[in-house]
Design a protein around this ligand. Structure first.
Ligand SMILES: NC(=O)c1ccc[n+]([C@@H]2O[C@H](COP(=O)([O-])OP(=O)(O)OC[C@H]3O[C@@H](n4cnc5c(N)ncnc54)[C@H](O)[C@@H]3O)[C@@H](O)[C@H]2O)c1
Length: 507
């Protein structure tokens, strides 16, 4: 017999699940994942407390400001503000909660294993404030297989009145992408729930009922996509859910590395990675997403999660050569940017280089493991002067990249003025839409290293380097452009601009 949470009614069978009373939810850790989760659950009608140890963050949130940039999240917060509050105090947030999410960071240790100290601290603080009624503790942080059991053990050791049947641990990995977090949270492909305790699963189903049924009213600024019906609900053992998150990220990372490896060969044999990706991505067994060649993956997850998986394998004496190779290809890809620059400018000492885009991808201010970071660091080592621009991430970079030397530019035009080269490091729409002929007017030399393959026409008089693009024999050749939108191939429009790209040739 499964247990239905005390304050919730669930209709079973073919009937849609309906929450007749909201649950009380506490989200521990209000970073990129915790904030999105907390605000989304409040929007769905639950009563939410967001808890963080960072006092400044909590104060910002209390005053209605967001500490991160995520499109639409400010509006969703405004629409949900009556059902959400913010605190730093576990004593205030834990005892009454029906569901407690742990969303703290799990950054990599120097050896690649995930640092679980924040999870441990959060679990201990939660444990000390559990109240003896049935409560579900959900690991949403990405954690190695076995962490759910370890958290259960922490609860057992630190809860004042521990009772195994009362504290149910569930793994509910997060798959949102920064930049499209609202869309991913409201219309997910799947919801994964892993637990060895059925009561925990049932409460999570009740919590997510509005998502599972899609019974909520979509916000006008994140409409439900045509044809979307509901997410797949994947209920698994605790350990499988933990593995699913790592395996999903590892697979996506290796898909990108595969595209980059093929792109390198494309440059050598005169093929075009855009055309090749379209040709292979339209095979449904392969799929079109995550086949963009570029500067390699970045962000807070792929590098950390691939390393964590390898390190878990090592604990068991099990090697993971495919993943290892994906990481090596990614590292090589980063250094390609500087090599392309050196091909044309040779010695970089004293050269002025504009870097456009600092965030690891567009529509976020997240700088973790951003390719632009490594590029600027290497340019610093080689003695180049760097001028950097990003539409949203510059204030964060001012705080987090103090170890790098660069000048800030308030516009693309300012960044490229007097520059010997410009590197497009992040594919912001603002850069895609730019009149590049006009923008490059003030450059000393018109060398463009487009590491995101966003340019569809070579700017007048420029040397254009892209990644894995075909070297055209004739500048006037008409080649339909293949574009990616958020990692998805977009079919070429008829009469598309001619693709004028090269791998090292002035056209
Ligand atoms: N960022 C993503 O796109 C993404 C996507 C899926 C999964 N994840 C995973 O989700 C987890 C969180 O990632 P994030 O990007 O949101 O991290 P983050 O660094 O942005 O946020 C973590 C937050 O936890 C807070 N915190 C740390 N210790 C705490 C404690 N003891 N009590 C309360 N708060 C505490 C920090 O102050 C911070 O605000 C990680 O495991 C990550 O791998 C991230």
């Amino acid at each position: 017999m499964t247990q239905v949470p005390e304050n919730t009614q669930v209709m079973k069978g073919t009937q849609p699940l309906k929450v007749t009373q909201p649950l009380r939810v506490t989200v521990v850790g209000t970073g990129y994942v915790g904030l999105g989760t907390a605000i989304m659950l409040a929007y769905l009608g639950h009563s939410v407390v967001g808890l963080d140890v960072d006092q400044a963050k909590v104060e910002m949130l209390r005053s209605g400001e967001l500490p991160i940039y995520e499109p639409g999240l400010d509006q969703l917060l405004l629409d949900s503000r009556e059902r959400i509050e913010w605190t730093t105090e576990y004593e205030a947030a834990i005892p009454d909660a029906d569901v407690i999410f742990i969303c703290v960071g799990t950054p990599p240790n120097p050896d690649g294993s995930p640092n679980l100290k924040y999870v441990a601290q959060a679990a201990q603080s939660v444990a000390r404030n559990l109240n003896g009624k049935t409560q579900v503790i959900v690991n949403k942080s990405t954690v190695p297989v076995g962490t759910g059991d370890w958290v259960a053990r922490i609860l057992e050791e630190h809860a004042r009145d521990y009772h195994a049947n009362r504290y149910l641990v569930v793994s509910n990995p997060e798959f949102l992408r920064e930049g499209t977090a609202l869309y991913d949270s409201l219309y997910p492909d799947r919801i994964v729930l892993g637990s060895d305790r059925q009561e925990g699963i049932e409460r999570m189903k009740a919590l997510y009922a509005p998502l599972i049924d899609q019974s909520f009213t979509p916000p006008s600024y994140v409409p439900r996509p045509d044809g979307y019906t509901r997410p797949e609900l994947v209920v698994t053992a605790l350990s499988s859910a933990e593995m699913i998150k790592y395996a999903a990220n590892a697979f996506l990372a290796l898909k990108i590395s595969f595209a980059n490896e093929i792109a390198g060969l494309c440059e050598r044999v005169g093929a075009d990675i855009g055309e090749v990706a379209r040709g292979i991505g339209s095979d449904q067994r392969i799929g079109p997403r995550f086949l963009s060649a570029g500067a390699g993956w970045g962000g807070s997850c792929f590098g950390k999660d691939t390393s964590a998986l390898i390190s878990t394998g090592l604990e068991y004496g099990y090697s993971m050569p495919i993943l290892q190779a994906a990481i090596e290809v990614n590292t090589r890809q980063r250094s390609l940017i500087i090599s392309k620059l050196q091909t044309h400018l040779h010695r970089l000492k004293g050269k002025r280089v504009a870097v456009l885009g600092m965030a690891f991808k567009p529509n976020t201010d997240d700088l973790r493991d951003a390719p632009a970071h490594d590029t600027i660091a290497r340019l610093n080592e080689l003695g180049a002067t760097v001028v950097a621009h990003d539409p949203v991430a510059m204030p964060r970079a001012r705080r987090e990249w103090q170890h790098l030397q660069y000048q800030e530019a308030s516009s693309v035009q300012e960044a490229v003025r007097g520059a010997d080269a410009v590197i497009i490091a992040t594919e912001w729409d603002e850069y895609r839409a730019l009149d590049w002929n006009a923008a490059l007017g003030g450059m000393r030399q018109r060398l463009v290293i487009d590491t995101r393959n966003i340019l569809t026409v070579r700017p007048d008089g420029a040397v254009l380097e892209q990644i894995g693009k075909r070297q055209l024999v004739q500048a006037e050749a008409q080649v339909p452009e293949v574009r990616f939108s958020d990692g998805v191939l977009v079919a070429p429009a008829s009469g598309a601009d001619p693709l004028l790209s090269s791998a090292g040739t002035t056209l």
